[in-house]
Design a binder for this molecule. Structure first.
Ligand code: SF4
Length: 399
């Protein structure tokens, strides 16, 4: 698992900063205050005027400092992957650094808040009721530093719509600085039941915005139970309808676990009949994080055991010409008829394989595991010996 956080060797009393990494000591002087110079093994003369200097341990100590060279912070080797165009957040008072954005990654997302108005049984990022406005402020500073060629950015939480007008401002900021970057926002859709919010979102006229909304059952009380919020199903359905009414694109997300798989074929029929306009439906395996760890015994079902339900749901959706994908599943646990729908969906920084996968002929086509799958994974993982008879599967980033 790639580390996105580290402690550096010192602390000092100063405001946090958002900086873009560069290895070029000759950067334009106007850019240097918002950049961190990453000291390379060949760097001896350290340049001045950068927002910070970062070095990966171990390093030689015979640097020559120019007048105005900022203090050097030594980072652990786990961050040796940092390179030009990546963006970091430095918190000097706690001596910590977070990697906010990796230029070469297809899996960048912006966690805008940890607050949420639901308490989903399987939430991988359990909500916190604290004032965390600094999170979105950080991204307001990071977005102008991102590469305009970034193909896709995720917006996630918590529940981003709780940020109201600030969320709208952030999407406007993305449109201004990253006009060619697709935005994918995860939302439980409940506040989108207010038509005015959807209308304001639509007025931004972002060129490539998709809203991913979870729907867990065709029965209101069952959906409400999964999200632990009475009335949530009605609000979410109204939100989905409002998005469609305003011309915004919708994806549905269904997380598969013991409380949802029994009605999966019925949910597929419900979606096909009532929500035929949704652009994509993602049927998703569990990530063993957050509340899943607490509720594991009541949520866990081996994916091998729900193949008949999954197959029936996919057949229903495809027969209605709907666009369906299976996320977060290993090919050897899926019925072969489902393989063409399986996507390599796990974010690169937390995507792993088991030792047994080294002997598998279809490893390259398989999405593998979340790093948290060490806690629990299917008992039916086995290497497959035949070569894949299907074309290379597209990578769709999980966010
Ligand atoms: S053995 Fe590993 S690589 Fe092969 S299909 Fe199963 S999980 Fe995927």
């Amino acid at each position: 698992m790639l580390q996105l956080h580290a402690r550096f060797d010192s602390k000092w009393d100063s405001e946090p900063v958002v900086l873009r990494v560069t290895t070029d000591p000759h950067r334009d002087r106007n850019l240097r205050p918002v950049e961190a110079f990453l000291v390379g093994p060949e760097s001896i003369e350290l340049p001045s005027e950068f927002g910070s200097c970062l070095a990966i341990a171990p390093q030689p100590a015979d640097w020559r400092f120019a007048n105005g060279t900022p203090q050097i912070h030594i980072l652990p080797e786990s961050l040796a992957y940092l390179t030009d165009g990546d963006i970091v957040y430095l918190q000097p008072r706690s001596g910590e650094l977070w990697v906010l954005y990796r230029r070469s990654s297809p899996s960048n997302s912006m966690l805008l808040t940890e607050r949420c108005n639901s308490r989903c049984l399987m939430c991988s990022q359990p909500p916190k009721d604290s004032d965390d406005f600094h999170l979105i402020e950080t991204y307001f500073r990071a977005i102008p530093l991102m590469d305009p060629a970034t193909p896709e950015l995720g917006i996630t939480g918590g529940e981003p719509t709780l940020l109201g007008p600030h969320l709208l401002d952030l999407i406007r900021e993305c449109k201004t600085h990253l006009p060619h970057t697709a935005l994918h926002m995860l939302s439980n859709g409940r506040l989108l039941s207010y038509l005015s919010l959807c209308q304001e979102l639509a007025e931004i006229d972002h060129p490539d915005l998709m809203i991913g909304i979870p729907l867990y059952s065709d029965i209101a009380s069952k959906h409400d139970f999964v999200v632990q919020a009475q009335g949530a199903f009605d609000e979410t359905m109204r939100g989905i309808m409002n998005l469609e009414r305003c011309g915004l694109r919708v994806e549905l997300r269904v997380v598969l676990h013991r409380a949802t798989v029994d009605r999966l074929p019925s949910l597929a029929r419900f979606i096909a009949r009532n929500l035929p306009f949704v652009e994509h439906i993602a049927l998703m395996g569990l990530e063993m994080m957050g509340y899943v760890r607490i509720n594991l015994e009541s949520l866990w079902i081996d994916p091998f055991d729900y193949q008949p339900s999954l197959l029936a749901a996919v057949r229903t959706l495809t027969q209605h010409r709907m666009n369906v994908s299976i996320y977060n599943h290993q090919l050897c646990t899926l019925d072969e008829e489902l393989w063409p729908y399986a996507r390599k969906s796990i974010s690169d920084w937390k995507n792993e394989y088991l030792e047994v996968c080294d002997h598998c002929a279809i490893r390259d086509a398989c999405g593998g595991f979340f790093s948290s799958a060490k806690l629990r994974h299917s008992a039916h993982i086995h290497p497959v010996s035949a070569s894949p008879p299907w074309p290379e599967l597209p990578v769709i980033t999980e966010i």
